[in-house]
Design a protein around this ligand. Structure first.
Ligand SMILES: [Zn+2]
Length: 259
C-alpha cells in the first residue's frame, strides 16, 4: 500500500471526492493527507477526515496566504492539532517565486507555524520555492531556539544544499510528480542520494500530475506513478518502495500509527 503524504482534497467537489477516493483505493493508495493552507480553509478539513477514514489532515498557513488574515499564534495552531485526525501543521514556508505575500510576513508566518509544531509535538509540512537559503536559516534558528521538531520538505524541487540542510536537521523529503518529468534529471540525481529512511511520496493533487497524466488534474491514486519512478531510481521493487515510504510516513506522523 501507498500513502499520499500531501494533497488538497478540498479542491474536489463533494460529488467528485468519493470517486477520487475509490480510484485511489483501486490504485493501492490506502491513506492520504489533505493539507491546510489558511486558517479559514484549515477549519474545514477535520470534517473531511471524519467522513472518510482513510483521510488525515494538517492545519496551517501557506506563504501565499500569509498576509490575508492575522498570522495565527503558535498556541492556536497547536490547539487545532488536538483533533485526533489532525496529524501535523502546514503547509507553511517561503515562496519567493510567486511572492504573493511580503517576504517579512512570510517569514513571520513560517516561524509561527514552526513554533506551533514545536508546541504540539507534531510534524510540519514545508513549502519551499526559490527561498532555499532563508528556509535553511529559519529552520536552523528555530531549532536552536525551540528545539528539534519533525518536518518534511513537501514537493521537493529545491537544491541539493537545502536537502542536505534538512537531512542534517532530521527532516524528511517528499517527492511529487515533478520527479517523473523528462527535464527533472537533476532532481532524480538528488532523489538517488536521499537516505532511504527519509523518503516520502505525494501527489500535491490537484496540481502536478505525474507522467503519463502530466497536464491533467492530479489525484491521490496517481502517486503510484511517482513511486514507480522513485523505486526504479533506488533499484527497488515498487512493493518494497511502498513499504518503505509507508513505514517512513508512520514514523514521521506517529498519530497515524495508533489511529
Ligand atoms: Zn506546497
Amino acid at each position: 500500500m501507498l500513502i499520499d503524504s500531501h494533497c488538497h482534497l478540498d479542491y474536489f467537489t463533494p460529488l467528485e471526492l468519493p470517486l477520487v477516493l475509490e480510484r485511489a483505493h483501486a490504485a493501492g493508495v490506502a491513506e492520504m493527507v489533505t493539507i491546510g493552507t489558511s486558517m479559514a480553509q484549515s477549519a474545514k478539513l477535520p470534517p473531511i477526515t471524519e467522513a472518510f477514514p482513510q483521510v488525515w489532515c494538517t492545519v496551517g498557513v501557506h506563504p501565499h496566504h500569509a498576509a490575508e488574515a492575522p498570522i495565527p499564534s503558535p498556541e492556536t495552531l497547536a490547539d487545532m492539532t488536538r483533533h485526533p485526525r489532525v496529524i501535523g501543521i502546514g503547509e507553511s514556508g517561503l515562496d519567493y517565486f510567486y511572492d504573493r505575500s511580503p517576504r517579512d510576513v512570510q517569514a513571520e508566518n513560517f516561524r509561527a507555524n514552526i513554533r506551533g509544531a514545536q508546541l504540539a509535538g507534531v510534524p510540519l509540512a514545508i513549502h519551499a520555492r526559490d527561498a532555499d537559503d532563508d528556509i535553511a536559516m529559519i529552520l536552523r534558528e528555530e531549532t536552536g531556539r525551540g528545539g528539534t521538531f519533525a518536518f518534511l520538505l513537501h514537493c521537493f524541487s529545491s537544491t541539493r544544499a537545502l536537502a542536505e540542510a534538512a537531512l542534517e536537521l532530521g527532516g524528511f523529503i517528499s517527492f511529487s510528480g515533478i520527479l517523473t518529468f523528462p527535464r527533472s534529471s537533476e532532481l532524480r540525481e538528488i532523489a538517488r542520494d536521499i537516505p532511504l529512511d527519509r523518503l516520502l511520496v505525494e501527489t500535491d493533487a490537484p496540481y502536478l500530475a505525474p507522467v503519463p497524466f502530466r497536464g491533467k488534474r492530479n489525484e491521490p491514486g496517481y502517486v503510484a506513478h511517482t513511486a514507480k519512478v522513485l523505486a526504479e531510481l533506488r533499484g527497488m521493487t515498487p512493493e518494497a518502495l511502498a513499504s518503505l515510504t509507508t513505514a517512513n510516513f508512520r514514523r514521521l506522523f506517529p498519530k497515524t500509527a495508533c489511529g
